[in-house]
Design a protein around this ligand. Structure first.
Ligand code: PEP
Ligand code: MN
Length: 339
């Protein structure tokens, strides 16, 4: 259920409602919108004695209504205007398209700094790079781990970009959060519920990727795990799903973009690098993603893709990334966004 407060409700009214909701043994999540505040009540419905409906007569309350979808805090019903998430000073979900770019994996000081220079000069807003890599084979490069985290942090700091990196193991959350501005949950951990719950206990923004066989509703339920545990800073990322098609690495599901924008207030990014697996398809699908309403992109960029230790075939050279950014501008403007 959600308790929609009147637009002129006072802070005391809101606090009183929170106390009443908690007395009824629900957890209260306050969502402060531009127009009005909503108190989302999460918990099992336990019959008449615990009914929230009578809060409708409480001072400052406009109405009490059920959230019909299975995801509650992620639902656009609780925040019609859309969330804006701040990552190291960069806003995601506002009018400006946000571009996260950098190598698949941090491989060396020279490599990550080369990528950082390239993406910064082309106009990216955040630098990415994996330090802990979720590889299909245990015999391939697994990432530089703790050392990679520090290299990424230093490269980002040097060029003035906040950094995003993948978190694989809940035990590493504290360490990774110390070095990174945003923690990425990869496709392979998209339904690792204990990891998601633990990420709900921190305030650092989380970039949640869609699992390769995760339905859109399940994707939003995964976000709900983080939100309901207390972290409102979640950004979604469509990165392709596995289908019968093998000509591309994954099938980028662009249907998901406008559908997610209808169903949720969370910002939606698209990763056409993993979505296609083919560098020559990255720019066209990046443009299509923005045309479809995405709030931004995640693009893999490597100074020398032929020598990449992971995902070489889909990484762009810095020069091609700069061309992508130039091509993006008119598309962003055409859909009422800026870059
Ligand atoms: C990545 O971003 O490098 C990555 C491993 O992505 P995904 O989890 O989407 O496969
Ligand atoms: Mn990758």
């Amino acid at each position: 259920m959600i308790v929609v407060m009147k637009s002129h409700a006072s802070e005391a009214d809101i606090q009183a409602v929170i106390r009443m909701v908690e007395d009824l043994e629900y957890s209260a999540h306050v969502i402060r919108g531009v127009e009005r505040t909503v108190v989302a009540c999460v918990g099992e419905e336990r019959g008449e004695a615990h009914s929230l409906q009578h809060l409708e007569s409480v001072s400052g309350v406009e109405r009490v209504m059920p959230v019909l979808r299975s995801f509650k805090l992620a639902s656009r019903e609780v925040r019609p205007e859309g969330s804006r998430i701040i990552v190291g000073g960069v806003e995601i979900g506002g009018p400006r398209i946000t571009v996260i770019a950098g190598p698949c994996a941090v491989e060396s000081d020279t490599q990550v700094n080369g990528a950082a220079d390239g993406v910064k000069s082309a106009g990216a807003h955040l630098l990415r790079g994996g330090a802990y890599k979720p590889r299909t084979s245990p015999y391939t490069f697994q990432g530089m781990e703790d050392e990679g985290l520090v290299l990424l942090e230093n490269a980002g700091r040097r060029v003035g970009l906040p950094v995003v990196t993948e978190i694989m193991d809940a035990h590493d959350i504290e360490l990774v959060a110390e070095h990174a501005d945003m923690l990425q949950v990869g496709a392979r951990n998209a339904q690792n519920f204990s990891l998601l719950r633990r990420l709900g206990k921190i305030k650092k923004p989380v970039l949640l990727k869609r699992g390769m066989a995760t339905k859109i509703e399940e994707f939003l339920m995964a976000a709900e795990y983080i939100l309901s545990a207390g972290n409102p800073n979640v950004v979604l990322c469509e990165r392709g799903i596995r289908t019968f098609e093998t000509a591309t690495r994954n099938t980028l599901d662009l249907n998901a973009v406008p559908l997610l924008k209808e169903w949720t207030h969370l910002p939606v990014l698209v990763d056409p690098s993993h979505g296609t697996g083919v560098w020559s398809l990255v720019t066209p699908m990046a443009l299509a993603s923005i045309a479809a309403g995405a709030d931004g992109l995640l693009i893999e960029v490597h100074p020398d893709p032929l020598k990449a230790l992971s995902d070489g075939p889909q990484q762009l050279k810095p020069k091609r990334f700069a061309a992508l950014m130039a091509a993006l501008k008119p598309v962003a403007l055409a859909v009422g966004r800026t870059l």
